[in-house]
Design a protein around this ligand. Structure first.
Ligand SMILES: [Zn+2]
Length: 354
């Protein structure tokens, strides 16, 4: 019996000549095998004569529990539940949850890298969130940028509050966006923003700062400064804008709140915090993927349909699920290498348990 070639699979054998090539006609269905959770498919690569299972190359590979459990753990992670709570809710060990989170974060980061491209930039806002890693003395900042029209979270940088990190953030924005017309860019009054904007985007944007003066934790005065561009051009762009009529940073501040609520590391006055910069950056990649592709945004409601920011930006046509993201072809290549690294890493950080 002759089997039809499978187009949506590729061979991940390092020694194979058709390694990582889709649609070459070398992959066919081989057989079925039994697991505790049901029957699974095996595939055969005709080039290297090796077989592999259907989850190879995804975070679900060699998972001892069901894929549904994995998805639930990831969902709880992005809704701001800490590891020890998830461990008690699901009755899995702390290390299992940590290793699953690591796999999910890596997959989400890769999915972001592959998919957050070619966005149309209309209105940009940037800001930073202050937190700490290890001890409260080690302050660390999370720089974020949002495209206001589609509400898409374009980029994030974790590090100290300096010019270099702001430059990295703006470079990420320029790399992932398509700039057709001059756009409005707004930040707070932190001076390195204006230096970086002058260096990188002075010809393509109108840059303004919003400076809030506070007394006893209340805003008493808001000053709006136009740094790059003319007043008439700014007024014209504000008139054309669908989202706001004055210079503001409300949208990025709202995103900051969403990030704080969704990431357990960033909760205020809690015992739970990140122990390292890399762990925090990984969690934020997962958060970013969830915010852009999975979570419907209540400001993007059109009749009965509530869109995700990625739908509004035209990157995808429907709301994605974690299952679709983790089994997508874009991230398939990575997985073989990452799985091997995970065990070492989780053992190393096992003392994190709180
Ligand atoms: Zn092969």
């Amino acid at each position: 019996m002759k089997y039809k070639p499978v187009k949506d699979r590729c061979c991940l054998n390092k020694k194979c000549l058709d390694q990582r090539k889709f649609g070459e006609g070398n992959i066919i269905r081989h057989s079925m095998y039994k697991t505790r959770l049901g029957r699974r498919r095996r595939y055969l690569c005709k080039t290297c004569k090796k077989t592999f299972c259907s989850t190879k190359g995804t975070p679900y590979y060699r998972l001892q529990k069901s894929r549904l459990d994995f998805d639930e753990v990831v969902q709880m992670t992005v809704e701001g539940v800490r590891i020890s709570s998830i461990s008690r809710i699901k009755c899995f060990s702390w290390n299992t949850i940590a290793s699953w989170q690591y796999l999910a974060c890596q997959a989400a980061g890769e999915f972001n890298n592959q998919n957050l491209k070619d966005l149309e930039l209309i209105e940009l806002q940037a800001d930073e969130i202050c937190t700490f890693t290890g001890t409260k003395k080690k302050l660390i900042w999370i720089f974020v940028a949002i495209e206001v029209w589609s509400r898409i979270w374009i980029s994030k940088v974790v590090g100290s509050r300096n010019y270099r990190n702001i430059k990295t953030l703006l470079n990420q924005v320029i790399d992932s966006c398509r700039i057709v017309n001059p756009f409005i860019f707004t930040t707070d009054g932190f001076e390195p923003y204006s230096w970086a904007t002058r260096n990188l985007m002075s010809s393509i944007c109108l840059y303004a700062q919003v400076i809030k003066k506070r007394r006893k934790n209340r805003v008493i005065n808001v000053e709006r400064r136009l740094i790059i561009g003319t007043k008439s051009k700014m007024e014209q762009l504000l008139f054309e804008s669908e989202d706001f009529s004055t210079i503001n940073t409300s949208f990025i501040e709202r995103l900051n709140l969403t990030i704080r609520q969704g990431c357990a590391y960033l909760g205020r006055r809690t015992a739970y915090h990140s122990r390292s910069k890399d762990l925090l950056a990984d969690k934020l990649s997962l958060q970013m993927c969830y915010y852009n592709f999975v979570r419907p945004h209540s400001a993007l409601k059109f009749g009965g349909e509530i869109r995700t920011p990625a739908m509004q930006a035209g990157l995808v046509k429907k709301q994605l699920s974690f299952r679709e993201i983790f089994t997508s072809m874009e991230i398939l290549f990575w997985w073989v290498f990452i799985f091997l690294r995970t065990r070492v890493r989780v053992e190393k950080f096992a003392w994190f348990s709180t």
